[in-house]
Design a protein around this ligand. Structure first.
Ligand code: ZN
Length: 297
């Protein structure tokens, strides 16, 4: 008792000042540590906030809740939910085995052309049909993950056909929001790069000319961003080429382009085109283009 009541000596005063200073430093440090944590709270997505779920649980059925209680979260993870995307992997692995079928004449919306061709291949024998199908498989997986429904014109690389007009019909019948034809070119050996082929108005496709051009630009931008493949130096103008002689573009009633992903006859392009890693980058580019395109519609 007596000790506590004694007035502070000089020594005691210094000690008290040091203690006060230490407490002050401690509080400042504690505040610095707590500040970032306090800032993190409002940054949490709405969907991860338990309170948001509690508030809505009573008024919604469990099956409706995940999609509706956190629209922002759902939109970022499944940006293609409710969308339909068409994929036409050009040619087919068995086309070469049935020339009578492949050479039959079909109407492409403007003129007669053959049902299909075998497509090209690299000097090493990796076929375009296989490339188109491999990329389509990667693209399909990406699109499904993004929430889309995907319609394909063929489901293997061992069959024959279908003819190009039938492919357009398959996609049209599915009423896709957007569609893409996947190919790789057989250009001059010195030529490099990818090109985007776009429809020219011919009647059936009149309503999708402008939208296809916008989608084509999205594809061009995304390919440049996601892949090391340059824009073509031998075909098209800055990577874009209108075409009025392809059933896939002439008969389309949805926004659609055809991409020649590179030149299989060029050694540098062929090294890329035959690489699964590159094929996945192409799929990512096309997915990105489809998401960008549909986000504006
Ligand atoms: Zn082709």
């Amino acid at each position: 008792m007596k000790t506590r009541r004694r007035p502070p000596s000089g020594e005691g005063l210094i000690l008290a000042l040091v203690v006060v200073a230490l407490i002050g430093i401690g509080l400042a440090a504690l505040f610095a540590v707590l500040r970032p944590a306090a800032h993190q709270v409002p940054l949490k997505p709405a969907g991860t906030n338990p309170a948001a779920h509690t508030g809505s649980a009573g008024s919604r059925s469990p099956s409706a809740d995940p999609g509706r209680s956190s629209p922002a979260h759902g939109a970022s993870k499944r940006p293609l939910a409710g969308k339909v995307v068409g994929i036409d992997p050009g040619h087919n692995g068995g086309n070469g085995a049935d020339p009578a079928y492949i050479n039959q004449l079909i109407w492409n919306g403007r003129a007669s052309e053959t049902c299909d061709t075998t497509g090209t291949s690299t000097d090493g024998g990796y076929t375009e049909a296989r490339y188109n199908f491999d990329v389509a498989q990667f693209l399909r997986a990406d699109l499904l993950k993004a929430g889309a429904r995907v319609v394909m014109t063929r489901t293997s690389n061992t069959g024959v056909g279908p003819c190009v007009n039938r492919r357009a019909e398959i996609l049209n019948n599915a009423h896709p929001n957007v569609a893409i034809d996947i190919h790789a070119d057989g250009g001059p050996p010195w030529g490099r790069g990818f090109s985007v082929l776009e429809p020219v108005a011919d009647g059936p496709n009149d309503k999708v000319i402008g939208s296809s051009a916008r989608f084509g630009n999205d594809v061009l931008v995304a390919m440049t961003r996601h892949t090391p493949m340059p824009v073509s130096n031998y075909y098209g103008h800055d990577g874009i080429q209108p075409r009025d002689d392809l059933a896939g573009l002439n008969l389309a009633i949805e926004p659609k382009v055809l991409i020649e992903c590179g030149n299989m006859r060029n050694a540098t392009d062929a090294r890329l085109l035959t690489s699964p890693a590159f094929q996945k980058h192409v799929a990512a580019a096309l997915t990105d283009a489809i998401i960008s395109f549909l986000a504006r519609r």
